[in-house]
Design a protein around this ligand. Structure first.
Ligand code: 5MM
Length: 355
């Protein structure tokens, strides 16, 4: 099949994912990353335990009211829950669209600075994406990571290579009918201020869309998943939520084409409540473009849930998940009242975190 064949479907899927008041649950942790999450509640990283935890998420009644899609790791896309029903079916029953992380992880960038990486997984991607489509996935995710350092990162090389990888990925999965979520994450590590983040993020996102243009990516059938425009985690600067929301929207307005239907932010180590508050303020602002401004959170949707579940308490875990899903759904309509849903006040940022 070709991109032209899927255009209508891609546009419809992207619109369904970016519906006002709904967002995406990022539950695509690789085996190593989910192992760290499970270890935090003393649960062993076995396939049975991963299935139990993710099955709990995907059988949360009412989740589809707030969540439009869930990004899965490959293991989950092909997995059955303990009752024999597939995880894909569980999601479909909730009205949640299954998606798939298609990147194969970060690798050191030859010629770049020490911390710089590129995202791997382009070989055979059109074929893999087609298998994922047959299995029920309708969208995909690829995460490139850039870091701001005092010695000049991200380098021009890293910006170009990561933008190019994101665009090649996006075009490849569209050929197989999957909506690409394009994720250029700028890590929070560093002591830089918010203006520096904004300048670099603008440059990165513009480069991404130039590469998309060259690759013929169908923007109406794609979504952007950026980090919010915040100061570095070690910065002396203190910016209030309103400033962060304004700077984030300014960055997006300067760099994201209006034909992109939705911007779904990652939480990137922000606390659960902060991720909701910033999103809410962004949605209270009058904006120049019509893209839907929503969420695709991993930690900020799952942290309380994981703690409450604690390996066996399904109903407490599901209650916590629904609470954060509802909070972010309200925030994506600009009507979240801070503190109206329970949240964990634990810091979720881990400095120098290696994925
Ligand atoms: C859920 O975590 C995702 C997978 O990470 P690994 O490949 O390292 O296992 C991650 O890509 C996630 O989808 C995004 O970073 C958004 O999650 P946060 O926690 O930043 O909202």
């Amino acid at each position: 099949m070709t991109l032209n064949y899927y255009k209508e479907e891609l546009k419809n899927t992207a619109a369904s994912l970016a519906k006002a008041g709904k967002g995406i649950l990022a539950v695509d942790e690789s085996t190593k990353t989910i192992g760290k999450r499970l270890a935090s509640i003393n649960v062993e990283n076995t396939e049975e335990n991963r299935k139990a935890y993710r099955g709990l998420l995907f059988t949360t009644k009412g989740l589809g009211e707030y969540i439009s899609g869930a990004i899965l790791f490959e293991e989950t896309l092909f997995q059955n829950h303990t009752d024999g029903e597939s995880m894909v079916k569980k999601l479909e029953k909730l009205g949640v669209i299954p998606g798939i992380k298609v990147d194969k992880g970060l690798r050191p960038l030859s010629g770049g600075n020490d911390v710089e990486t590129f995202c791997s997984g382009l070989d055979g991607l059109v074929e893999r994406a087609s298998d994922y489509y047959s299995q029920g996935a309708r969208f995909a995710k690829w995460r490139a990571v850039l870091q701001i350092t005092e010695d000049g990162c991200p380098s021009k090389l890293s910006i170009k290579e990561n933008a190019w990888g994101l665009a090649r990925y996006a075009r490849s999965v569209q050929e197989s009918g999957l909506v690409p979520i394009i994720e250029p994450e700028i890590l929070m590590d560093g002591s830089h201020g918010i203006n520096k983040t904004a300048a670099i993020q603008e440059e990165v996102i513009k480069e991404v869309y130039m590469a998309c243009q060259l690759n013929g990516v169908y923007l109406e059938g794609s979504l952007l998943k950026p980090s919010m425009t915040v100061q570095g985690a070690d910065s002396k600067e203190q910016n209030d939520p309103q400033k962060i929301a304004e700077m984030t929207i300014r960055t997006m307005e300067r760099s994201v084409p209006a034909s992109v239907p939705g911007i779904v932010f990652l939480s990137g180590g922000l606390g659960e409540e902060a991720a909701s508050i910033y999103l809410n303020l962004m949605n209270k602002q009058i904006r120049k473009a019509n893209w839907n401004v929503g969420f695709s959170y991993g930690r900020a949707l799952q942290h309380s849930c994981l703690k409450e579940w604690n390996g066996n308490n399904d109903s407490a875990g599901q209650k916590a998940l629904l609470a954060r899903a509802q909070a972010n759904s309200e925030a994506s309509k600009g009507c979240y009242i801070a503190g109206s849903q329970p949240s964990s006040d634990e810091a979720l940022f881990v400095a120098g975190y290696k994925y």
